[in-house]
Design a protein around this ligand. Structure first.
Ligand SMILES: Cc1cc2nc3c(=O)[nH]c(=O)nc-3n(C[C@H](O)[C@H](O)[C@H](O)COP(=O)(O)OP(=O)(O)OC[C@H]3O[C@@H](n4cnc5c(N)ncnc54)[C@H](O)[C@@H]3O)c2cc1C
Length: 392
């Protein structure tokens, strides 16, 4: 049986790290979540939730908290940003829910993170949440692992999960494959009060305006009181982190020729925050001894499938199941976990790059995209998404 006294160390208290702590606690396994920041929290932006992650919410016991805070959008729409015409849409109503057994929704990142944090805090006897703890290296011992922190202190645990995101330091110990790949795409994000948004743009959908080398995504948040905006364009800029200020002039140079409706949304924002989008090629080795990786640390992906956080929570549930099944043998559990997860997450990583090319098509590619997608029915869309939305 799983060692129930020595905690597992989880590096990173983002969506993946908290999900892992909660999934382990639900199976009676204690953990210490080591977060480098001075508090647990998430940035101000939205996140889309596929039906596959709703199954994880059930397993984690947080479905009610999520359903209270999520917005259940009616459809996903793809528009041609230049012509201003619809390309295709995926209806998310009753037929979608019947097909996948779960809904599709959007949520504020802080609300998803809060739901996980509340559930972790409610299990304080099994989960220790520790801030201002930056893990710089990891060492194996005879019967566990040691995490070394920025101030030189050493923390022992039964095993270690690196849920420390795109620039993971635990990954350097496990895979040693250098820095992430800079995609050449940059995302600017902003959240607007809905009352500022023109009435004709306040539709209840996740909308993507696809243009040459650019796209814009928007959807409502928090009961329709906010609108989440993400504008993506090609750029060689590179800044680490998720909170650098964006340059409005640069953004407008890319988007100035699009349809006036999406352009009117961009014009409303005075302050953008920037993400330089990075990913990695899929790998199958996520574990080294009693240390493994989870979420973006294991399989960073471009966000074009809107699945990075969903995959992190699938990882968390799978990992806890494998730890219980391996009866406390963390090395075996982590091998079984990576074997079950790497092809599914690798497929999302690679398909997300491909989707980026489709969104950003220009000239003949753009015409072909519009022609090919125009013929899709809801059923063909559902069939195409089944490998992902039906779950692992
Ligand atoms: C523009 C954009 C849109 C997206 N949209 C969606 C979407 O719609 N749906 C979806 O499912 N996903 C989406 N994603 C992906 C999603 O945001 C990520 O996949 C998800 O946040 C990964 O969670 P994580 O916990 O693995 O990593 P992170 O969220 O990066 O968390 C890592 C945590 O580890 C901490 N940390 C880092 N290093 C250390 C250290 N050395 N020691 C201690 N702590 C450390 C960090 O402070 C942080 O709290 C999007 C991403 C982007 C960029």
């Amino acid at each position: 049986m799983a060692q129930k006294t020595v905690p597992v160390l989880i590096v990173g208290g983002g969506i993946g790290g908290l999900g892992a702590a909660l999934a382990l606690a639900l199976q009676g396994i204690p953990s210490r979540v080591l977060e480098q920041a001075s508090g647990f929290g998430e940035i101000g932006a939205g996140i889309q939730l596929g039906p596959n992650v709703f199954r994880m919410f059930h397993r984690l016991g947080i479905s009610d908290a999520i359903e209270k805070r999520a917005v259940f959008v009616d459809k996903i729409i793809m528009m041609d940003a230049v012509a201003g015409t619809p390309i295709t849409e995926v209806p998310l109503g009753k037929p979608f829910r019947e097909r996948f057994g779960q809904p599709y929704a959007v949520i504020h990142r802080a609300d998803l993170h809060r739901a996980l944090l509340d559930a972790c805090e409610a299990r304080g006897e099994l989960i220790s949440l520790e801030t201002k703890t930056s893990v710089t290296s990891v060492r194996d011992t005879d019967d566990g692992v040691v995490a070394v922190t920025g101030d030189g202190s050493e923390i022992s645990g039964a095993a270690l999960i690196g849920a420390d995101g795109l620039w993971s330091s635990v990954r350097a110990y496990v895979a040693d494959d250098g820095p992430p790949r800079v995609s050449g795409h940059v995302a600017y994000r902003a959240v607007l009060p809905m009352e500022q948004v023109p009435k004709e743009m306040r539709w209840n959908a996740a909308t993507l305006w696809a243009g040459p080398r650019i796209h814009l995504v928007h959807y409502p948040l928090r009961n329709g009181e906010l609108m989440n905006l993400v504008a993506v364009f090609h750029s060689d800029r590179y800044v680490e982190g998720w909170n650098a200020p964006g340059e409005v002039d640069e953004l407008l140079r890319w988007f100035k020729d699009i349809d006036p409706r999406p352009l009117s949304l961009i014009d409303l924002v005075s302050e953008w925050r920037m993400w330089v989008l990075c990913d990695r090629d899929p790998i199958s080795k996520w574990s080294r001894g009693r240390t493994t990786l989870l979420g973006d640390a294991a399989h960073p992906m471009l966000q074009y499938f809107a699945q990075g956080a969903c995959m992190a929570l699938e990882d968390a549930v799978c990992l806890a199941d494998k730890v219980t099944a391996a009866d406390g043998d963390y090395g075996e559990a982590f091998k079984a976990y990576q074997a079950e997860r790497y092809l599914r997450t690798g497929r999302v990583q690679l398909m997300a790059r491909f989707l980026g090319d489709i969104y950003h098509a220009k000239d003949v590619e753009r015409e072909l995209r519009n022609q090919m997608l125009a013929g899709r029915t809801p059923e063909t869309s559902y069939q195409g998404l089944a490998w992902l939305y039906d779950g692992p």
